[in-house]
Design a protein around this ligand. Structure first.
Ligand code: AGP
Length: 614
């Protein structure tokens, strides 16, 4: 949700910034901009549309050489004001002395704007960001303080969640970064510094990074980095080492990141399990949970919170915790848990699921759970992210960086982790070693089974072509696959812009069935499991009303071919693991339909990868 990038050093800033924006474009892509400090003044280039539009715009200006070694840049996901050149960041303050990029929301910007208007400040955009630029200018001029102090004093007046990067032309050797809620990372190079919303633009330059905590300000001045809090307390630098490899951030010959990430699933599933499955003992090793054995043993119930895909994977997890660990579990929208007065007690464990680890709603839920003294666990893919740092204990997915807005490999990894965690908690309770071993052995086959499904991608592509003209779709499933059906529908709608509803198949006859006709197809997840007979009845009910059905069924099931119009086969596995396999053909189906319809698959309209605003 908006990406910020900054560079200060001896290189030309422009190429570093543009490359950084390309890496961060998944965070928002309705406009982009760059500000360079050149010869004592700011050159600002900004353009509505993708980063490529900005590059083209700058290229057309035929600038021979960018002289500046200092600059900031932004890729936007609009909150205040429509996507336009005018509203694009960076924003200059009135006298052009200060320039700022911003990710997040300044909640009280209107009241600050009112005061500034009375002081004759003029505003060129509709953004909350420009208000902050002018507030900083006003404080700097009146209090006669340095830019870092002006930023600090301004932030004392501001409410909201944000990450900002600020430059002042009077202090060309200084860059100021601050954050509350939204993420910010500082990369430390040799005589140079990089700032970004996450580490992806930094990896190719340096592996040494400092993740800012909430209410911290990083001041890069004359080649040195200092951190203090908004309340003016000096903090120690905690330098961490990045593990991400640059190849993981490239498309590696695939036409889209989404397809690459779908095809990476055999490997990401392997990595999720690596070193964690102890078949002999019928156990799981989660290093991050080791210190919490006593607390985990005494849990009487679980609350899972997440948003979007992560919440749907939580719905699969809910069944697993109840079946294997016998722990009553409920799944909530993080956004609701954060604000409603959820009734929990000290023995209710809290699990936050988030690929990015930056989703504002989920981060708020974690804070609320901590306030309620719950034991907070995180299932997070991005190492060092805000949620990973906020929870008491965590399990990293190790699925590798996920760039496409539509989550694929992270989602199958989330389901796998939740089932592994259910085994882990189950073994602390009544789950027998034999039953655990059966599940663990089968889990280890999943990467190969996923490979088998991927070999069939062309068949799914043909099917996608056949159904690509439909404007509506149902995705149906029962029990473990109810959450999977919801995920399938989300995948289709976000990539293809086709209206799709994912529902528990049994719900169909309680209302939605009235929508069925020959133009309203359904995808029914119907593996050979405890729900198969019920799923078959559901398919027949749809067929009886003239609806078309694609069934996702278990290999070898010939009967289903006589009932459904089309069948996608997945390999046979344990019922509890079927959703992991069912996710994959639905991802491919959504991907190929989106390509068929000519959509920008990796960056669907109106969306952003990591939703860092509420
Ligand atoms: C997934 O395809 C979506 N883009 C979206 O629903 C996503 O899962 C949701 O925003 C939660 O993100 P998180 O996992 O990073 O917290």
């Amino acid at each position: 949700m908006c990406g910020i990038v900054g560079y200060i050093g001896k290189k030309q800033a422009y190429p570093v910034l543009i490359k950084g924006l390309e890496r961060l474009e998944y965070r928002g892509y309705d406009s982009a901009g760059v500000a360079l400090l050149e010869n004592g003044a700011f050159s600002v280039y900004k353009k509505k549309g993708k980063v490529a539009e900005l590059s083209k715009f700058v290229k057309n200006k035929n600038i021979k050489n960018f002289s500046g070694g200092v600059g900031i840049a932004h890729t936007r996901w609009a909150t205040h004001g429509i996507p336009s050149d005018r509203n694009a960041h960076p924003h200059l303050s009135n006298n052009g002395d200060i320039v700022i990029v911003h990710n997040g929301i300044i909640e009280n910007y209107l009241s600050i704007k009112k005061v500034l208007l009375k002081k004759n400040y003029k505003f060129k955009s509709d953004t909350d960001t420009e208000v902050l630029a002018n507030l900083i200018e006003d404080i700097k001029n009146n209090a006669k303080v340095s830019i870092d102090e002006a930023v600090r004093l301004a932030l004392l007046q501001v409410t909201g969640a944000y990450a900002i990067l600020v430059l002042s032309k009077d202090e060309p050797n200084t860059m100021v970064v601050a954050k509350i809620g939204s993420p910010a990372v500082v990369g430390i190079g040799k005589g140079e510094f990089f700032v970004a919303s996450d580490a992806t633009p930094i990896v190719e330059h340096t592996k040494k990074v400092v993740y800012l905590e909430d209410r911290e300000i990083a001041i890069i001045k004359n080649g040195k980095l200092r951190i203090k809090t908004i309340d003016n307390k000096i903090k120690n630098l905690y330098v961490q080492k990045l593990e991400t490899k640059i190849e993981e951030l490239e498309k590696n010959g695939f036409p889209h990141f989404m397809l690459k990430e779908i095809f990476e699933q055999p490997e990401s599933l392997r990595n999720t399990m690596r070193g964690r499955i102890l078949v002999d003992k019928g156990g799981i090793k989660f290093g991050g949970l080791e210190k919490f054995g006593k607390e985990l043993r005494s849990l009487k119930s679980l609350t899972i919170t997440a948003m979007g895909t992560a919440r749907f994977t939580g719905l699969v997890g809910e069944y697993a915790f109840e079946e294997l660990a016998k722990i009553p579990t409920k799944v909530e929208y993080s956004s609701e848990f954060a604000y409603r007065d959820a009734s929990v007690d000290i023995n209710t464990g809290f699990i936050a699921i988030s690929q990015s680890g930056e989703t504002a709603d989920t981060l708020n839920a974690v804070k609320e759970a901590k306030r309620k003294n719950m034991l907070t666990l995180g299932v997070v893919n991005v190492i060092g992210s805000s949620i990973a740092r906020a929870v008491d204990a965590g399990i990293y997915n190790h699925a590798g960086p996920e760039t496409a807005v539509a989550s694929t490999k992270a989602s199958t990894s989330q389901v796998l982790i939740l089932i592994m965690l259910a085994v882990y908690l189950g073994r602390m309770r009544d789950l027998s070693k034999a039953k655990a071993q059966e599940i663990l052995k089968e889990m280890q086959r999943l990467p190969n089974l996923a490979e088998k499904i991927l070999k069939n991608a062309n068949e799914i592509k043909k099917l996608a072509k056949k159904y690509s003209k439909n404007n509506n779709f149902f995705f149906l499933g029962r029990k473990y696959n109810a959450g999977a059906a919801m995920e399938g529908a989300l995948k289709l709608k976000e990539c293809s812009y086709i209206h799709a509803e994912g529902i528990n198949a049994t719900e169909l006859k309680h209302g939605p069935l009235s929508l069925i006709d020959k133009n309203f197809p359904s995808l029914v997840i119907a593996p050979n499991d405890s729900m198969y007979e019920k799923s078959k009845t559901g398919i027949q009910e749809i067929k009886a009303r003239g609806g078309r059905v694609i069934a996702v069924a278990t290999e070898g099931n010939r009967e289903i071919k006589t009932i459904a119009d089309d069948v996608i086969y997945i390999p046979k596995t344990l019922e509890i693991l079927t959703p992991i396999l069912a996710f994959i053909p639905m991802q491919l189906f959504a991907y190929y339909i989106a390509v068929e319809r000519g959509n920008d698959v990796d960056k669907p309209r109106n969306l952003a990868k990591s939703v860092t605003v509420e």
